[in-house]
Every structure is written in structure tokens, then in C-alpha cells.
Ligand binder design. Sequence first.
Ligand code: NI
Length: 179
Amino acid sequence: MEVSLEKLMYPIGRFVPSADFNSDKLASWIGSIRSLPLLLDYCIQNLDEVQLNTPYRPGGWNIIQVVHHMADSHMNAYIRLKLALTEETPVITPYEEQLWAELPDVTLVPLNVSITLLHALHRRWTTVLDNLTHEQWERQYYHPGNKEYVPLWQMTNNYGWHCSHHAEHILSLRKRMGW
Ligand code: NI
């Protein structure tokens, strides 16, 4: 079966931002963030070194890089969240995710280290998210790369998708390979 590049890159579809938020939507987005570390434990279960070094698509990151990328991305997200809660519309610093994925903490460190990091990070992250007031959900930061003001509810919507998006890269690879 031929799988399109689009389907390989976006196995759950591209991110479609919600127009608004309510408590059900927030619970679902936070739920995706909360369950990611455990989901990753499941995603990599019983994979050997060769399998972990397999790209999820031609020219794409391998499983180890995908997991380290999630740690990179979510550390940035957590900092952005805390900046937006403690400063007035802070300008956040975009980062070069491709170049971050080529530094030694990605190329030389086993992926278990980043999964452990994600367990701890997501515990702190979701504890903040679980306790935001309605006014705080409307607080925002400015992303100078995208030239966008991003409210915290929208950011949480985006990162909920990001968790499922990358976990599915691994799960769909396993399915295709029969692992
Ligand atoms: Ni990503």
C-alpha cells in the first residue's frame, strides 16, 4: 500500500486551530499533554537499536530524534507558558528545531533520558495548566517568527496536537513495519 508523503508527515492531519475554548476542550488538550510520557513508554516498548534509528519517513527524523525533539519543543513550550503568566505579553524566542536535533545532547544521549525528562516536565507543565483561571487562559505571548499573539488556550491546543502528532509518527511506523 502506497502511503502519501502528506500522510507520513501528518498522520493525524495538520494542526487545525480551534476557534475558541471551553472546559471540555481544555480538558482534552491537557489530557493529550498529560498522557504523552506514558504513551511514549508504550511507543518504544521492545524496539531494538536498529528500529530506534529508523526514520519515520524518508528523509525524516528517526525515533530517537523524534523523542529528543519532543523534549526540546516542550521545554520551550513550558518556558513560554511561564513567561506569559508572569510578564505582560512577552516576546518569546523561536528556536531552530532542526539544528537543535543535531547537537550532542540529541546525537549522543539515549532516548530514555528524554523520556524521563518528559515525565518530569509534563508533570510540572500540566500542574500549571490544571490550575489556570479563565483570565489566565487569555494571557498571551508574542511569537516574532510567526508575527502572532498566542493566547495560552491556543498554545495548549497546539501542543496537545503536537503530542499526538509525534507519538503517531512512531506508532504508524511500527504499524507499517509490522513491529
Ligand atoms: Ni514537532
